[in-house]
Design a binder for this molecule. Structure first.
Ligand SMILES: [Zn+2]
Length: 323
């Protein structure tokens, strides 16, 4: 239980709050608020910020936490996909003391989002883009910090360590918080929806969305995260999960299945549709092994968007494979 009355967020302990950004459906997309006590006032870091529509929920949560936007020192992006970074420009305009922390490869796109917009329109189509991400604001260059590997964000003495973790995206960092022994992994450490939790634990699968999916790099990044021996993972999709060694094992197994599926279909006709069927079957089989009781059609409904985007990203990966 939190001592605060939170309308859109849950209290995860250690001064960490998960805000449900409202993107797509409840418990789909999170961003995190970290609060740290300081002599004058609490200082705040926000990790990821959803889309432009999510900003109101972040502000509401700050109010619920009895904080002001000017207490936000850092807005840290795990990567610049728009369900994580789309609202960053708006939030920066409201949090006047904040600096944006982003992977070196993401910097220019946050200052001039035109290429990012064009890329997103290619993935989502013009109509969805305008509806979900239309009001994408640029950020002034002097407010942007490049988070190179091992860059330390100092939030009133609480160190948030930025680790370069490519594989899902080349512009991806994971943020290690020693205080909670937790890793804010964006999409690198897979996707895990709470609807699928069973008594055996959480269901997790790798995200292979376009255009940088690289299983080898992803595997190396997962190993790198495990070196810190995290007790908790805070993925964007969705919220805090424990039993990390088990999750790691499940995730790497699933990644091998995804790779095998892709390679077996590299040259077939109608590849995209077959990849979608193959991915959904893979997810359903794993869910059944874990004792998930939801119907196939409910699982299909909950995973439809992931299946579509993961198959698209696998297509990009397979096209780039030499053999
Ligand atoms: Zn992503």
């Amino acid at each position: 239980m939190s001592r605060f009355s939170l309308r859109y967020a849950s209290d995860l302990g250690d001064g960490i709050y998960a805000v449900d950004t409202g993107y797509i459906r409840p418990q789909f997309d999170a961003c995190y608020i970290i609060t740290q006590r300081a002599p004058s006032s609490e200082r705040i870091a926000v990790i990821d910020c959803g889309t432009p529509h999510s900003i109101e929920r972040i502000l509401t949560t700050l109010t619920d936490l009895e904080c002001q936007p000017d207490q936000v020192d850092y807005i840290i992006l795990t990567h610049i996909h728009l369900d994580h970074a789309g609202g960053a420009g708006q939030l920066m305009q409201l949090c006047l003391n904040a600096q944006l922390v982003v992977h070196p490869r993401g910097v220019k796109h946050m200052i001039d989002p035109s290429m990012l917009k064009a890329g997103a329109i290619k993935v989502y189509g013009e109509e969805v883009f305008t509806k979900e991400y239309g009001d994408f604001q640029s950020i002034e260059a002097h407010r942007v910090i490049e988070a190179t590997d091992q860059f330390m964000v100092n939030l009133a003495g609480r160190i948030l360590l930025c680790i370069d973790t490519p594989g899902h995206a080349k512009h991806h960092i994971t943020i290690w918080d020693q205080m909670s022994r937790g890793a804010f992994t964006g999409d690198t450490f897979g996707i895990s929806y709470r609807e699928f939790d069973t008594e055996k634990g959480a269901f997790i699968f790798p995200s292979s969305t376009p255009i940088h999916f690289d299983p080898k790099a992803l595997r190396a990044s997962l190993k790198k995260i495990m070196l810190y021996q995290p007790e908790w993972i805070y993925p964007t999709h969705f919220s805090k999960i424990g039993q990390v060694p088990r999750l790691y094992q499940k995730l790497t197994e699933m990644l091998s299945h995804v790779e095998d599926l892709g390679i077996s279909m590299k040259k077939v006709d109608n590849r995209h549709e077959l990849l979608k069927i193959g991915l959904l079957n893979l997810y359903i089989q794993e869910l059944r092994d874990q004792g998930c009781q939801l119907s196939d059609s409910k699982i299909d409904q909950l995973l439809q968007l992931d299946v579509e985007l993961n198959a698209q990203g696998m297509g990009v990966w397979l096209n780039a494979l030499q053999t």
